[in-house]
Write a protein that binds this ligand. Structure first.
Ligand SMILES: [Zn+2]
Ligand SMILES: [Zn+2]
Ligand SMILES: [Zn+2]
Ligand SMILES: [Zn+2]
Length: 327
């Protein structure tokens, strides 16, 4: 098979990763080319993003080739590529099979504005709080160490989305409430739904250390209802993808939720944060069961005593943007 056995004592040497990587630079966008690797009929490579827009080869003007270069794809899989956040300061490099996982969690990852979906902000975690203050006049609400907070979604019939940004356990979270149509979350019931979720502002690996419980609170009867326990996920993970069938987030129908609105048409939520045990949080299967562990809320019957803990005044409600997408 292989005529160059190790036993032959031939010194084959090693190839410099950086040198090979330089050969894999797209001549159009200057990014490193990753599989699938497209080429011209002569074999000049371009990246997969630029390929569809090229009438001919940018290097030699020959026609483009519809076939991929499988040999160079195999070589590329042996190489380390720099993290995509290199321009922001990350200096780590990974083989392609590991690169994606790191980028989900890279300390230099770029976060969208947690407050407003249409805001152009794109920055690292440390820039989020200054951005919220300067652009939206929003300061994250400090939550008591016991992790219980009260949120009033004001004007239930007049808005589509509510956002509360708060700080707990040294981290930033977002409580988001949204009106969506059932079809937007992959459900068959043809009706309007209400979804709510607690999200970690930052990387997914940090989010998985936290769980939460939310329930609706009827201010007239002093009863709680629609209790839901879930795992915190990152703001980078789209909400709608987590709602189908066995929901990972709070889902109820608009019809049921409106039974809880108070006389001013506000919908009141009680949220309890919970930090998962370190080992539970890192076990993929164990994390789901750990949510069912007793929480401070569970031992409390749904009477006024559970509402005595959160301050009677609702935490300051930022003027949440109105979503233009949901109906
Ligand atoms: Zn390109
Ligand atoms: Zn060419
Ligand atoms: Zn990185
Ligand atoms: Zn913003």
């Amino acid at each position: 098979m292989n005529i160059y056995n190790d036993a032959d004592g031939v010194e084959l040497g090693t190839v410099n990763n950086e040198e090979v990587l330089q050969l894999l630079e797209c001549p159009v966008c200057l990014d490193h080319i990753t599989p699938p690797m497209k080429q011209c009929i002569k074999g000049h490579l371009v990246c997969n993003e630029c390929f569809p827009r090229l009438p001919h080869c940018p290097t030699c003007r020959s026609p483009m080739n519809q076939e991929r270069n499988l040999a160079i794809e195999q070589i590329a899989r042996l190489l380390k590529y720099p993290c995509r956040y290199y321009p922001m300061g990350c200096r780590e490099a990974f083989i392609l099979s590991k690169k994606g996982a790191h980028e989900q969690d890279c300390p230099y990852l770029q976060l969208k504005c947690p407050f407003h979906g249409q805001c152009a902000f794109n920055g690292s975690l440390k820039d989020v709080v200054p951005h919220l203050a300067s652009e939206h006049a929003v300061t994250p609400v400090p939550v008591q160490p016991n992790g219980t907070l009260f949120y009033r979604a004001k004007h239930f019939y007049r808005r589509n989305i509510w956002t509360l940004i708060y700080q707990w356990d040294g981290n930033l979270f977002r409580f988001i409430v949204k009106h969506v149509h059932s079809s937007a979350i992959g459900r068959n019931e043809n009706c309007n739904m209400l979804i709510a979720h607690v999200q970690y502002i930052g990387a997914e690996s940090m989010a998985s250390r936290y769980a939460y419980q939310i329930s609706l609170f009827d201010t007239d009867s002093r009863q709680t209802g629609h209790k839901f326990e879930g795992l915190v996920t990152s703001t980078m993970k789209p909400l709608e993808s987590q709602c189908s069938k066995e929901a990972d987030i709070f889902v109820t129908t608009f019809h049921q939720a409106k039974n809880y609105t108070d006389q001013w048409a506000n919908l009141n939520f009680i949220i309890t944060m919970k930090k998962l045990e370190e080992d539970l949080a890192t076990t993929p299967s164990g994390s789901t069961t750990s949510v069912t562990a007793p929480t401070p809320m569970e031992s409390t019957p749904s009477t006024s005593s559970s509402t005595a803990t959160p301050t009677p005044a609702p935490t300051s409600t930022p003027a949440a943007p109105v979503a233009s997408t949901s109906s």
